[in-house]
Design a protein around this ligand. Structure first.
Ligand code: PEP
Ligand code: MN
Length: 337
């Protein structure tokens, strides 16, 4: 249940509702909205009896929550969440493009690609220092040395950096360098990692598990919000199906569904969905037309020599064209909205 307070509810009225909820053995979570505070009721066993709260001073409305997820749901917070990272905003009204190589391979490689993607219009740089690889014999990323290169990219270009954390062991280290912490598809239901991310001081980019339905994905995000970190960006990256013409199948319908169900921003990663460069631009156009709040795209200046995911990495000129095309689509959708 959600207790919606009057616009001019006084702090002591809000406190009284919080106490009334907690006296009944449940947890109260005040959520600041545009012009009023709502108080979410968590850890209720079964449905909540609204009667004790109905007559309380400052209470405007009591809304039953019908979804299994709470803090991530629109029922709890109707307004879109906008996440700010330096000068970059992610969320409704913005189209945020993150780009970079799959893996950081060297300082020269990272800086070269960063300059290209920045010039083309990317606002954030994305590159992996810790890489989840199917084979233990494949390049696993540069680790801390890669994080240091990311810091250098930020310093030289001014772009905030996104990078993946694979385990709790390296969480503090990654958090120290990253502006946005990525949790990858393979870790979407790593609940202890999600709990750790709930305590993080940085926004988290949570990719959809390759076999996860949307409820499971939103529940994974719920772990992070429940832990106290309200800054989560969802990222659709394709789900595993039987087809062979692409690495995964981009689930475009996830975009409108997530936008309806949740206030959190949702971006699309067309690169891991496609697995091949010729599909990346059309899938990007479609994602923006479907109202994604942004894209995360793999780009490499020498994809043939890339240490991972070269086949799906765009050449810098292709990325420049992608940015031009999706910005035009975004402008049309914004005028039509
Ligand atoms: C990545 O973004 O580099 C990555 C490994 O993606 P995913 O977790 O979606 O496979
Ligand atoms: Mn990759």
């Amino acid at each position: 249940m959600l207790v919606v307070m009057n616009k001019n509810a006084r702090p002591e009225e809000i406190d009284a509702v919080v106490r009334a909820i907690e006296e009944r053995g449940m947890t109260a979570r005040p959520i600041a909205g545009g012009d009023r505070v709502s108080i979410g009721v968590l850890y209720n066993k079964g449905s909540v009896d609204p009667s004790p709260f109905l007559g309380m001073a400052g209470v405007m409305d009591l809304i039953p929550v019908t979804r299994p997820y709470k803090l991530v749901s629109r029922e709890f917070k109707p307004e879109d969440t906008i996440i700010r990272v330096g000068d970059v905003a992610i969320g409704n009204g913005h189209l945020t493009i993150m780009a970079g190589p799959c893996a950081i391979e060297s300082e020269v490689q990272a800086l070269t690609i960063a300059e290209h993607v920045k010039k083309a219009g990317a606002q954030m740089f994305r590159g992996g220092a810790f890489k989840p690889r199917t084979s233990p014999y494949s390049f696993q990323g540069l680790g801390e040395a890669g994080l240091k290169i990311l810091a250098k990219v930020r310093e030289e270009t001014g772009m905030p950096v996104v990078t993946e954390v694979m385990d709790e062991e390296n969480f503090d280290l990654v958090q120290e360098y990253a502006d946005v912490i990525q949790i990858g598809t393979r870790n979407m239901q790593n609940f202890s990692l999600l709990r750790r991310a709930g305590q993080a001081r940085k926004p988290v980019l949570l990719k959809r598990g390759m076999s996860a339905v949307i409820d499971e994905w939103l529940m994974a995000a719920e772990y992070i919000l429940e832990g106290g970190n309200t800054e989560v960006i969802l990222c659709e990256r394709g789900v595993r199906t039987f087809v062979k013409h692409s690495r995964n199948t981009l689930d475009l319908s996830a975009v409108p569904v997530v936008r309806r169900e949740s206030h959190l921003p949702i971006i699309v990663d067309p690169s891991h969905a496609a697995g091949r460069r010729d599909q990346v631009i059309p899938l990007s156009r479609a994602s923006v037309a479907a109202d994604a709040h942004g894209l995360m795209v793999e780009v490499h200046h020498e994809p043939d020599k890339a240490m991972s995911d070269g086949a799906q990495s765009l050449y810098p000129e292709q990325f420049e064209s992608l940015c031009r095309q999706v910005r035009a689509i975004f402008d049309i959708s914004r005028h039509e909205a």
